[in-house]
Design a binder for this molecule. Structure first.
Ligand SMILES: [Zn+2]
Length: 487
């Protein structure tokens, strides 16, 4: 009797497993138009690490045997956390949700590790890393979606636009800054932001929001061109105020260009009420691109994490990690209600190498917490008062001698002054950075750092993002989810 039931259940279990295996294989089978005949066995061993019990060695994975999925995603949201390394995540967890709590990023079901470098060195900047994320191809630092020889690379967003998807870019940096630029523009140097603005206006992208108005307004451009007027001619509705932006709810409007600041959005201590929060722009982007029947690609950049890290300002970093956490919460909620959408969160490079040491104590940190960015901007124009200010407010912690004060007074960039104060002040509280070359003669980094990074995914075809991958493989994997081959 027992034996009989045992065999019956064994048969039932076998059938269930075979069926799930069949569904799994069906999902991965190539689209009819794909000519290569692929055996299910081959899919298991050849595809990419996440779909294997035995991860494929990275060199083999890089041979890129990619196949179309049978049922593609409706939309892709790529959230780029500029400069965010694992140290920033740990720091944010301690302060936002507590040591035992979970940030929104801790709730993402699939995690991978990302290796990245430009063609000619070990550490990426936003331009070359962004080029990898947008085009699937490597280049040199400073290049915006062009090869080291300055040949144009097509971006996944451009390809999507051509095929008829709605595409969007959201950032709190200048929309002409490297990370958003790589998706729609092609220039040899990231500093050619007037040229990038011109290419953005001609991109036909459906939804673009950020700062950088100075590169669109005739009076502020070197060539005096009125790109705002040009954008209107191209069919864009221009939005420049937070109140107008929150009204963006439907696809009735054709195309949107939101420009809310001359340069980057303000640092958080400035409490600007006319600039929307990243989460507010993201909500508008989701309504505009993601609520209709159209398929879509949306890039959201949490750009000010990188800025706060360049400034070695943990108070600003905390504010920006909160913005990121809030934005990701909203995106996760969207994916929970739209199960045909894929959400991917990726960093482009590390910045500042931030880490916390054993003495770190959130309560002690919060007691002394002052934005060093704010101090730097306040005292750059009155360096003679800096020593007195620091001694009065942080004397017991900093133990400043005349030599250190003199060196700080010589720093002319707000970023360097902020970083110098940040290093001295917060080191005592266990917040450590890689030292800048310009400050105290420590030739380690000029800001960016080369650690491997995390990638997180959630939603339809999320498993494409487990395992180890090169940063330039990310758009290929997004393309697989979309049912295409790219580049
Ligand atoms: Zn970056």
């Amino acid at each position: 009797m027992f034996k009989k039931y045992f065999f019956l259940s064994a048969i039932v279990l076998f059938l269930i497993f075979s069926a799930s295996d069949f569904i799994f294989a069906q999902q991965l089978l190539p689209h009819e138009s794909e000519t290569t005949k692929v055996q299910p066995e081959q899919l298991k061993t050849d595809l990419i690490t996440p779909l294997n019990d035995n991860p494929v060695p990275i060199d083999k994975a890089l041979e890129k045997k990619f196949f179309f999925v049978k049922k593609p995603v409706k939309g892709v949201i790529l959230l780029i956390t500029d400069g965010m390394n694992s140290g920033s995540i740990k720091f944010a967890r301690e302060l936002i949700v507590g040591r035992e709590g979970l940030l929104e990023i801790d709730k993402m079901p699939v995690v991978g590790r990302v290796i990245g470098n430009p063609v000619d060195g070990p550490v990426h900047d936003s331009a070359a890393a962004g080029t990898c994320l947008a085009t699937g191809r490597q280049t040199k630092n400073d290049r915006i979606s062009v090869s080291p020889e300055n040949e144009k690379y097509q971006t996944l967003w451009e390809m999507a636009k051509k095929i008829g998807l709605k595409v969007g870019l959201i950032t709190t940096a200048r929309i002409t800054h490297a990370t958003p630029a790589v998706f729609a523009a092609h220039v040899e140097n990231r500093d050619s932001e007037d040229e990038i603005a011109e290419q953005l206006v001609r991109s036909d992208f459906d939804f673009m929001m950020g700062g950088g108005k100075r590169h669109f307004v005739a009076s502020k451009r070197k060539d005096g061109k009125d790109l705002i007027g040009e954008a209107v001619k191209e069919g864009y509705e221009i939005i420049s105020d937070r109140k107008e932006m929150v009204k963006v709810t439907s696809q009735e409007r054709k195309k949107i260009l939101g420009l809310f600041a001359d340069s980057h959005f303000d640092h958080s201590y400035m409490e600007n009420k006319t600039q929307p929060a990243l989460s507010e722009m993201t909500a508008a982007g989701l309504k505009f691109l993601g609520s209709g029947k159209d398929r879509f690609l949306l890039m959201v950049e949490s750009s000010a994490i990188d800025v706060a890290l360049h400034y070695h300002d943990p108070v600003e970093l905390l504010a920006q990690m909160r913005n990121f956490n809030e934005t990701l919460g909203l995106l996760r909620e969207f994916v929970i209600h739209n199960s045909d959408v894929l959400l991917v969160v990726a960093s482009d490079h590390g910045t500042s190498g931030i880490t916390i040491g054993e003495v770190f104590d959130p309560e002690k940190f919060l007691k002394i917490a002052t934005s060093t960015t704010r101090i730097a901007y306040e005292f750059l124009s009155k360096p003679d008062q800096l020593g007195d200010f620091l001694n009065k407010n942080f004397g017991s912690v900093l133990q400043l001698d005349q030599e250190k004060i003199l060196k700080m007074k010589q720093l002319k960039e707000p970023m360097h002054l902020s970083a110098a104060i940040g290093d001295l002040l917060f080191k005592k509280f266990g917040i450590l950075y890689s030292p800048y070359e310009e400050i105290f003669n420590s030739p380690v980094t000029d800001g960016h750092t080369g650690e491997d990074l995390f990638i997180h995914a959630m939603g339809f075809h999320q498993n494409l993002f487990g395992g180890v991958m090169r940063i330039q493989e990310i758009p290929s994997r997004l393309a697989i989810a979309l049912g295409w081959k790219f580049p």
